[in-house]
Design a binder for this molecule. Structure first.
Ligand SMILES: [Zn+2]
Length: 75
């Protein structure tokens, strides 16, 4: 998923706890792949806590690869 607008939308949904598990996975993958959004998230304290919520840092590399694979298969 390389769609920053969509990522932004999901971020908002997560803040309002309206995001689905799949969307949370998508945002994690997006943040792994997209440097722009990672920088944006770092600069935005609200989104930083959101990022923690999404457990981005706790995600092992192996899991990231698995998710990337799942998402690439879905596209
Ligand atoms: Zn992005």
């Amino acid at each position: 998923m390389r769609n920053c607008k969509k990522a932004e939308l999901i971020c908002t949904k997560i803040q309002y706890k309206e995001a689905t598990i799949l969307e949370k996975i998508q945002i994690r993958i997006h943040l792994i792949l997209c440097r722009t959004c990672r920088i944006f998230v770092k600069k935005n304290s609200k989104l930083t806590s959101l990022c923690d919520q999404a457990n981005l840092k706790a995600l092992p590399a192996e899991e990231k690869e698995k998710m990337k694979k799942i998402l690439s298969e879905r596209q």
